[in-house]
Ligand binder design. Sequence first.
Ligand code: NAG
Ligand code: NAG
Ligand code: NAG
Length: 326
Amino acid sequence: MSTNKQFLQDSWFSKQPKAIMICGAFFTGLIIAIIVTVPTTIALSRESESSKTFTKSKTVEDVSLQHISLRVGAFNIKSFGEAKSNNEFAFKNIIKVLSRYDVILIQEVRDKSGKASVKLWESLNGTGIPYGLVYSERLGRTNYKEQYVFFYRANKAELTGKLQYNDTREDVFEREPFTVELSYFSLENVVKKRIALMALHTTPKNAFVELEELPAVMNLTLGHFKRSHGIIAMGDFNADCAYLSNKEKSTLELFRKDGSFRSLFKDSADTTVSSSTSCAYDRAVVYGKNVKVSEAKVFDFQKAFDLTESEAKQISDHYPIEFRLQ
Ligand SMILES: *[C@@H]1O[C@H](CO)[C@@H](O)[C@H](O)[C@H]1NC(C)=O
Ligand SMILES: *[C@@H]1O[C@H](CO)[C@@H](O)[C@H](O)[C@H]1NC(C)=O
Ligand SMILES: *[C@@H]1O[C@H](CO)[C@@H](O)[C@H](O)[C@H]1NC(C)=O
């Protein structure tokens, strides 16, 4: 017994320096852990706080299809710049069109100073809903430039990314596709989802070549937005009439009925305001199996706002295309 006791005592005393070292190491570790984790915890709790506010503002609202899906539009507002923004009639009606949507892509923005776009933004905010704005660079091979501009309702979607496709080497696109990634509440499971929305306004005389390239660019872009459940390319593709023959169209992967890309608008759609033309220039194409869309249609604002053809043409020569994203 005594030898055992002696042994324990010996062993305790001989091990004491080691024990002190272990304790020291333990406390040093603890201090480091505190230094590292406390700021991270604060940052994380801030993050969850902000997402909580986002959640709260959604759940207090009536949980209906309106609130947990996005109404998306794409509108070629023919040559939108200062002159058009100063045309009171046109401007007032443009706001009426744009404010239908939770997310709206506008094309043919020719607004070097940016004043016309800010005026749009102010007027949209003036409807009582805060809007976000994202825009591409001024794009085009010559001095003629256009911008892609997205407005989105900040209480329904959050911007989580953007990407300008750059094809300077191959130079296929006159105005390279510009993509935004948005996070929004989805009807499915009432969870937040991300979607990539790609803008394209093709150059009419080269529509076929640009549309031939588009599937690869959509695929590549979706690869960039890894958390997105799909990508939708939309805009004035000039995909009809004089700019794209049926024969050409039938060879395009983008419009193949049995392929990976889903076209939301048929060739029979008419996206032109002029009563003498019926062309499905404006399109939206989905890539991604889990993307659920409904209510795809052309918004005929001439009829909806009870305008004459010449009044409607002051607004644009195109009607917007629209759909609901679930
Ligand atoms: C529009 O509202 C958003 C969100 O409140 C704000 O950030 C933005 O500055 C406003 N834009 C203009 C032009 O007032
Ligand atoms: C593409 O890259 C080139 C070279 O880096 C640059 O000069 C050009 O502005 C870029 N274009 C776009 C549309 O981003
Ligand atoms: C998309 O890209 C991946 C990876 O390069 C490829 O395996 C796939 O076949 C592409 N899909 C389409 C529809 O082009």
